[in-house]
Design a protein around this ligand. Structure first.
Ligand code: GLV
Ligand code: MN
Ligand code: MN
Length: 410
């Protein structure tokens, strides 16, 4: 099998997966949805054809296993996620699963086994679109899932537990808190992902090695004021939750500007009751805060909460500040970074090592084993957007680098 055929197949498969969506005109594939079922079925068939035994675990992660050349060998984990954000691109997540699958497919075509088993993991939720609590898939796989999350409800009021059951999984909290692997059985986890930033493109490089992943908090913020008649309540007597939220959004931006390297985003706003002639009584916002340095991120969160308190007092609205999730910044394992670097340099490309501002399943996997990541250039650094784009040539290089990494690892 030529590398061109593998690259073409990865591109075609990303196109096919891009068609599995909950919305007719764009790609939206949330956790435990019908479109996720279609994606899992397609990927399971490709895994089987590549000589892997396939299973869907208790939360809906798809796992393809390619056995080692010898019994009792350790397992190398490869993969990424198959869920998406709303109106997504085709490559954030699926590219990593498809490149991993292509490497196994190439081993299988050569009838080659390695001294370690490979499991290709297609995680069921990384983005957190449905429950705003991300990494559900990798947290369950690593036994770090907090069963409290089972009570979260989606926009239709369906709890996570119900969604898992309807998808054919098992929402038993104990089952979900049991890791699939024991630390000693694992060799490492390596994830290929689009860069989601402009650095590789600016340096004219097809791939780069990730050094570290920024720490992150996701917060749900609610201002509660008082709904009332838009025509009769005087301005001085209003407790408008949306005006408080507007001040808050600008405060998030200002605090992010004041702390170098900090990025903070309000990506969702829900206004209640949400009518043109009613003063907003309640507003719920999402806040996403990230930094490479955990101390700076924690400081930013404290400053934001304090600013929220000030806005609430000044506007006579109450607020509720709920940290939905947080993870520390994470460093990739130096020996694995070194092997990816060697693979890239052997292919004649200059080495660039870069940090990731985006979160990845590798963050969760680092609780259990050493992790590494390979970034692939994407056009304009665009992601979380249907304009996400990679070239087949870069994908071919990513396949070759990962393949070489496998051989160096043995
Ligand atoms: C995942 O893409 C994230 O970084 O939010
Ligand atoms: Mn993403
Ligand atoms: Mn991703």
């Amino acid at each position: 099998m030529t590398v061109n055929a593998s690259g073409r197949s990865v591109m075609e498969r990303c196109d096919i997966l891009g068609g599995y969506s909950e919305e007719p005109d764009c790609l939206t594939r949330p956790f435990a949805s019908q479109s996720m079922r279609q994606a899992n079925e397609a990927v399971a068939a490709w895994m089987q054809a590549a000589g892997m035994t396939v299973q869907q675990d208790k939360v809906g992660n798809l796992i393809g296993r390619y056995e080692a050349s010898q019994a009792g060998a350790k397992t190398l984990l490869l993969g990424s996620h198959l869920d998406s954000v709303r109106d997504a691109g085709k490559y954030d997540g699926p590219l990593g699963v498809m490149v991993a699958l292509a490497c196994v497919e190439r081993l299988h075509a050569r009838r080659e086994r390695l001294p370690f088993a490979i499991e290709v993991l297609a995680f069921a939720d990384e983005e957190g679109l449905r429950y705003h609590s991300d990494y559900i898939g990798s947290k369950v796989a690593t036994g770090t899932f907090d069963p409290e999350a089972l009570h979260l409800t989606d926009a239709e009021g369906i709890s996570m537990a119900e969604a898992i059951r309807a998808f054919g999984g098992d929402p038993d909290p104990e089952a979900l808190q049991t890791a699939r692997w024991h630390r000693d059985e694992l060799l490492a986890y390596c994830e290929v992902h689009i860069e989601q930033g402009p650095v590789l493109e600016a340096r004219n490089l097809p791939v780069g090695v990730v050094s570290a992943i920024a720490g992150q908090n996701r917060i749900s913020m609610r201002f509660v004021g008082e709904a009332g008649h838009a025509g009769t309540v005087p301005m001085s007597l209003r407790r408008d939750a949306l005006c408080a939220a507007a001040e808050f959004v600008l405060a998030v931006e200002a605090i992010a500007h004041s702390l170098p390297g900090l990025v903070a985003t309000v990506g969702q706003v829900s206004v209640q009751p949400g009518a043109s002639n009613v003063i907003p009584g309640q507003v719920t916002l999402s806040v996403d805060v990230r930094h490479q340095d955990d101390a700076v991120r924690e400081q930013a969160c404290r400053q934001l909460e304090e600013r929220t308190r000030e806005i609430g007092v000044a506007r006579h609205v109450s607020f509720n500040w709920q940290i939905l999730q947080g993870h520390r910044a994470m460093s990739c394992a130096p020996h694995l970074v070194g092997l990816l670097a060697q693979a890239i340099e052997e292919m004649g490309y200059p080495l660039l090592s870069l940090p990731s501002g985006a979160g990845h399943d590798a963050v969760t996997l680092s609780e259990l084993t050493d992790v590494a990541m390979l970034f692939v250039r994407c056009r304009g650094g665009v992601s979380h957007n249907p304009a996400e784009s990679v070239t087949m040539e870069d994908v071919e290089i990513a396949i070759q680098v990962l393949e070489r990494f496998l051989l160096l690892l043995r």
